[in-house]
Design a protein around this ligand. Structure first.
Ligand SMILES: Cc1cccc(O)c1O
Ligand SMILES: [Fe+2]
Length: 317
């Protein structure tokens, strides 16, 4: 028994209002609930997929993995305990808070909380409607998206997620970040999504490198790209990945890590064989330096203002 799909994620963020605006106005997610210190968001028929709670870390607070039944939940609990991982059976109150029928939890080797549940809440009677008109997000059996974590001990993390939770390796990319630093990225799948989780052996200030949402139409990506470009928050330009062939860009979140917004990924098929890559992208995905971001959006803005001034100037006598 292994985890079946990524059901939800939680982030601890310093600025909840900024995240409420970011999730709805930039990513086109639907606000499910909010208070002064927390908010939850929908991207499909489920009652929620992303949660932010006020706190200083500006980093991942938990991941929530789904299994299909009470029996599966018991089976994964036994698998984890047999692997020496301590598992907590969570209270009915916390399960009710998550909107699930059964909930257990453990902690990964980088001290990140991992929840496993069955019986999430579907809200077909309250259809998902994107506030920015996103056509829809690719979720369902593939879970709601993917995320990349920087971990201090890659072998320990792989043992937890592969031997413990039952992930399978899709492929490896040796990502040459600069002349001195090449990071080995391990891409892991637990369903047809090419990767639900990627691990980088890279002790960093933050655990979260990015989380990813996949849209149903390519134009959803372009329309979102323009929003990030307009306020200078594109972190990596449009590009297409070598391994999952996703067309995507990366934008800055209010917490300093990135969001990847993509479309058109290929899935892991039966008989998939592990390969390796030297590049993360077939084309594109160029880092946008802070200076360039500001210049590009301001320059465009200035140009538009000049054009307006010209158009509105009184005709020369
Ligand atoms: C860095 C990176 C490389 C390949 C696929 C991804 O989704 C990704 O984020
Ligand atoms: Fe990604």
């Amino acid at each position: 028994m292994s985890v079946q799909r990524l059901g939800y994620m939680g982030f601890e963020v310093a600025d909840v209002p900024a995240w409420r605006a970011f999730m709805t106005e930039k990513l086109g997610a639907m606000e499910a609930s909010s208070s002064e210190n927390s908010a939850r968001f929908r991207v499909d028929s489920r009652s929620w997929r992303l949660m932010v709670e006020k706190g200083p870390s500006d980093d991942i607070s938990l991941s929530g993995y789904e299994v299909d039944s009470a029996d599966s939940l018991l089976a994964i609990k036994k698998r984890l305990e047999a692997h020496g991982i301590e598992v907590t059976t969570e209270s009915g109150e916390l399960a009710a808070d998550r909107g699930v029928l059964g909930l257990i939890s453990c902690t990964d080797t980088a001290n990140t909380r991992v929840e496993i549940y069955y019986g999430a809440t579907e809200l077909f009677e309250k259809p998902f409607i994107s506030p920015t008109g996103v056509s829809g997000f690719t979720t369902g059996d593939q879970g709601f998206g993917h995320y990349v974590l920087a971990v201090p001990d890659i072998d320990a993390a792989l043992d937890f997620y592969v031997k413990g939770l039952g992930f399978h390796l899709s492929d490896i990319i040796d990502w040459k970040l600069n002349y001195e630093l090449t990071v080995k990225l391990h891409f892991l799948h637990c369903n047809g999504r090419h990767h639900t989780l990627a691990l980088a052996g890279l002790p960093g200030a933050k655990k979260t490198h990015h989380f990813m949402l996949e849209t149903k139409h390519m134009d959803d990506v372009g329309l979102a790209y323009d929003k990030f470009d307009a306020d200078g928050t594109v972190v990596m330009t449009l590009g297409r990945h070598t391994n999952d062939h996703m067309l995507s860009f990366y934008g800055a979140t209010p917490s300093g890590f990135a969001v990847e917004y993509g479309w058109g990924a290929r899935q892991v098929e039966p008989g998939w064989s592990v390969v390796r890559y030297d590049k993360i992208s077939i084309w594109g995905h160029k880092f946008v330096a802070e200076r360039d971001r500001q210049v590009s959006s301001n320059a465009i803005e200035d140009e538009l203002i000049d054009i307006d001034a010209t158009l509105s100037a009184p005709a020369q006598a």
